[in-house]
Design a protein around this ligand. Structure first.
Ligand SMILES: [Zn+2]
Length: 371
């Protein structure tokens, strides 16, 4: 086997000797060109995310420097769900390690099989033609198929608005995996754009005379705003409790303790008050009442088939009890924008680490109760 050649393996050789090759295999990529990453942080939920390419030339705006947690580029990765920072190697996905091992095994076996087939051919060629006894060497090549690796993109495809790195996450994440800047407002902007597209589709149904379908589509778009808003408020809250009130995390963040608190303005204020934050201080009182009205509207549409109840009528002074709650695309868009402003306001608490400790909690509590 001295002059045996590993033709396939040699293609990936980056160093070492022929007896002890150093190989470098490309990591499998998803259809959009991203690679799997697995957060090494046990507390991250979920742990899988995808990381894609970034433009070669990147420049962080000076005013955004306060947001980033590391200079973007190779070396370290940030868990987008938990904010944990570690060396790039820590984030390698175990499925990729396995996939590459399988590929190396398959290629080594195929190279050996080729070598034996060549050897047999050579042996057979050397046999004397008319001798009394003849030998023939027969090598059966391995029939196993080359391992196939499939990597799928995640539904939430993102581009960091600070460092331009592309990445993919499940439902929602807080940070860019490259520069570590909070990306939740960026996430929410993406939701708003999708919701506005839904409104355009619903409006088109009205023009076709399909009013009931249009009403349902509008209802779904309206619901999606509240779902995205609730998820964002909950995700930021849980992160901040873990960061600033770790010893209370178990009691404050159980499913029971949170419930649907973030579908309700007063309860949201109460929850954030525990952290000394007023989550609504980035919007005007008028915007807060529009927000409140829409949350109420959501309950009527979701639980009462869109029929206004007495409580809702008292709040809006518009519809009569028993009438269908009016849903206008423009109003849903406004509701989404206000939610986006609240999320953008909350985002600063994710990078102003330590501020919560510096600011006297009591004065913040007073600010909250004044609103
Ligand atoms: Zn970034």
């Amino acid at each position: 086997m001295r002059n045996m050649k590993f033709r396939r393996l040699e293609r990936y050789r980056t160093g070492g000797s022929r007896d002890n090759m150093e190989l470098s295999y490309p990591i499998p990529r998803s259809p959009s060109g991203k690679i799997y990453q697995y957060s090494p942080n046990n507390d991250a939920v979920p742990r899988l995310f995808l990381i894609g390419d970034a433009p070669e030339e990147r420049k962080i705006n000076e005013e955004d420097r306060v947001r980033i947690r590391r200079e973007p580029g190779p070396g370290q990765t940030v868990c987008p769900y938990s904010g944990y920072i570690g060396d790039d190697d820590e984030f390698v996905h175990f499925d990729d390690v396995e996939a590459i091992k399988k590929q190396v095994e398959w290629e080594a076996a195929a190279d050996i099989s080729d070598y034996l087939a060549d050897m047999a051919k050579d042996f057979n060629r050397r046999q004397p033609r008319n001798s009394f006894i003849s030998f023939k060497m027969d090598v059966k090549p391995s029939r196993s198929l080359k391992p196939l690796v499939i990597r799928q993109d995640l539904l939430r495809d993102m581009d960091c608005n600070i460092c331009n790195r592309s990445y993919g996450v499940y439902a929602i994440s807080l940070f860019c995996p490259d520069c570590g800047a909070p990306n939740i407002a960026n996430h929410f902007k993406r939701e708003i754009n999708l919701i506005k597209e839904q409104i355009v589709i619903a409006d088109a149904q009205v023009n076709l005379g399909k009013t009931e379908i249009a009403y349902r589509l509008m209802g779904n778009a309206h619901e999606d705003v509240l779902t995205a808003f609730e998820t964002s408020l909950k995700t930021v809250y849980k992160y901040l409790v873990k960061r600033n009130l770790i010893e209370q995390y178990e009691s404050l963040c159980t499913k029971k303790a949170i419930g649907n608190a973030f579908q309700n303005i007063a309860r949201t204020k109460e929850k954030y008050n525990q952290l000394g934050i007023n989550p609504f201080n980035s919007i005007t009182p008028n915007q807060l009442s529009i927000l409140s009205l829409n949350i109420q509207k959501r309950h009527v549409i979701g639980h009462n088939l869109g029929i206004a109840d007495e409580f809702y009528v008292e709040l809006t002074q518009k519809e009569q009890p028993g009438e269908t709650v009016i849903l206008l695309g423009r109003e849903i868009g406004e509701f989404a924008d206000i939610c986006g402003d609240v999320v953008a306001g909350l985002e600063k608490w994710l990078y102003s680490e330590g501020n919560l400790d510096i600011l006297p909690i009591q004065s913040l509590v007073n600010t909250v109760s004044e609103q």
